[in-house]
Write a protein that binds this ligand. Structure first.
Ligand SMILES: Cc1cc2nc3c(=O)[nH]c(=O)nc-3n(C[C@H](O)[C@H](O)[C@H](O)COP(=O)(O)OP(=O)(O)OC[C@H]3O[C@@H](n4cnc5c(N)ncnc54)[C@H](O)[C@@H]3O)c2cc1C
Length: 467
């Protein structure tokens, strides 16, 4: 039988003798973290990845992962705690993030990063030269490349070194379940168009969310319907479609990571650190329109509401030197995103806005609190100015399958499905129910902490079901 995508099929008809204890669908940060943890726990698994090589949204990301109490933080003398991190997550989400997941992720992300460092050689560094919005400690971890591509290549190298089987060009299209929603296997399509099947004792959906599913975005996130999607196209909402067929509960579907600093036409991420350190966003009327320090996610909506759906990131020489510490910024600069203006008049010509309005806006950027937006500035911007034209983009969705603190997918009535787990972008996150709930790093937090937790749950599940 050949099933259309993505389908739940009746386990009675599954015909194959191939078997592995655990199947992981998707080889992004979540899938590979889970696979490495399972390897350490002595549980065999196969990671099935639709693409020709493991990348996902993780490789497109900046690769920054927030975590409290890690070895890397200790080595850099940074004081932090699980409770402080959990409070920051909830504060950003206005108290609407699922409390059990906030607690589970805040607790597990440190051990997850430490395990990747100690057992698999990931050399985490804590970015300690600025704070992302909403974080009250320096806790953003990155590999030395400071890119998501660097993170993915290190995870893939670790998987190779551990002998973890990652089967690429294997798009999972079928989940085989019995009447009690217990999964017995999966089917995946190979490059020759044939569907292969394998039996298993548990499945982890690590195949991210629905950012690449245009119709779902239109229906669930109407304000992002026309926005550029900067994530991986393979995030096609299949976890949700499978979940619906299995009677799973969905949660937080209105939450997502937007970004108000996507350079156009280059199509590149401009680090929000530029805004946090004193840069401003100015629209085609020469005006600022929000407190940029509130967060880059909701900034996407604010920027899209401006004339033409664009704004200009404006900054000065000091900030240019600071931003050039970020590889993503340097790449965008190389692509011609950064334009220059000797003074306010030249900047007005560049933006195409009235000089007087722009001058008044720049005059208001002074040490102290701006009465219009409530933003606090430490200093004024000094000519010459630099400017990048940006729009608001959708990075990834934060709603999905409802899960418990062990990453088990829940039914509508709140009971867990027997052996289906979900984590990362496939599951609900910790950002509440709307764009403003996203604390920077919530994406990789859910992916890495969730993958780590899921692996431990599966180990226990298999022990419990052993004859
Ligand atoms: C530009 C950008 C910058 C970002 N920066 C950050 C950041 O600095 N920090 C942060 O925390 N978050 C960031 N994010 C969000 C972050 O990238 C995601 O939250 C995270 O990568 C999700 O990890 P994941 O493993 O769940 O999904 P992915 O990394 O997307 O992995 C999912 C994998 O599943 C595969 N797959 C999908 N369907 C199937 C199928 N049916 N069968 C087999 N394989 C399948 C996909 O091909 C993919 O490889 C950023 C996102 C973007 C777009």
């Amino acid at each position: 039988m050949s099933a259309p995508w993505p389908q739940v099929c009746s386990a009675n008809e599954l015909q194959t003798d191939d078997h592995t204890p655990m199947v992981i669908v998707g080889a992004g940060a979540c899938g590979l973290t889970a696979a490495l943890a399972l390897h350490r726990l002595g549980v065999a698994c196969v990671v099935l990845e639709r693409d020709a090589f493991a990348a996902g949204s993780t490789a497109l990301s900046s690769g920054f992962v927030p975590a409290p109490g890690t070895l890397a933080q200790q080595a850099q003398g940074i004081t932090d705690s699980v409770a402080l991190f959990a409070d920051d997550i909830q504060a950003k989400a206005h108290g609407q993030a699922a409390p059990h997941l906030v607690q589970a992720y805040a607790q597990s992300i440190g051990p997850a990063l430490d395990a990747l460092a100690v057992h698999h050689g990931l050399p985490w560094q804590v970015l300690d030269n600025f704070l992302y919005p909403g974080h009250s400690a320096h806790r953003m971890h990155a590999v030395p490349e400071k890119t998501g591509a660097g993170l993915m290549s290190r995870l893939q190298a670790a998987a190779d070194a551990a002998g973890v089987l990652v089967l690429t060009q294997a798009q999972v299209t079928e989940l085989w379940a019995d009447d009690a929603q217990r999964l017995h296997g999966v089917g995946f399509v190979r490059p020759d168009g044939q569907t292969e099947r394998i039996r298993c004792d548990a499945v982890l959906l690590a195949c991210n969310g629905f950012g690449g599913a245009t119709t779902m975005v239109k229906n669930l996130l109407p304000e992002m319907a026309e926005a550029t999607y900067a994530g991986h196209v393979g995030n096609d909402g299949s976890a949700i479609v499978w979940g619906q067929q299995l009677g799973a509960r969905l949660a937080d579907l209105g939450a997502y990571q937007g970004h108000g600093s996507w350079a156009v036409p280059q199509g590149a991420l401009i680090s929000w650190a530029l805004m946090m350190e004193g840069g401003v966003q100015i629209n085609a009327k020469g005006e600022r329109f929000h407190d940029e320090t509130q967060g880059y996610s909701e900034a996407a909506v604010h920027v899209l509401a401006q004339p033409g759906g664009v704004a200009w990131n404006v900054f000065d020489d000091t900030l240019l030197a600071f931003a050039q510490e970020f590889p993503d910024f340097v790449a965008a600069q190389g692509a011609g995103a950064v334009l220059h203006a000797a003074d306010a008049a030249a900047l007005a010509r560049l933006i195409g806005c009235p000089h007087e309005a722009l001058q008044a806006t720049l005059n208001a950027v002074q040490s102290g609190t701006d009465p219009v937006t409530g933003r606090h500035f430490n200093r004024a911007l000094q000519a010459p100015f630099h400017a990048i034209k940006v729009t608001g983009a959708l990075f990834h969705t934060q709603g999905g399958l409802d899960i418990d603190a062990q990453a088990r997918v829940l039914r509508e009535d709140g009971t867990p499905l027997p052996n289906l787990l979900a984590a990362g972008g496939a599951a609900r996150g910790v950002s509440g129910q709307a764009v403003w709930g996203y604390l920077s790093g919530n994406g990789l937090l859910s992916a890495i902490a969730g993958g780590h937790i899921a692996a431990h749950t599966v180990e226990q599940l298999l022990k419990d079901s052993a004859p």
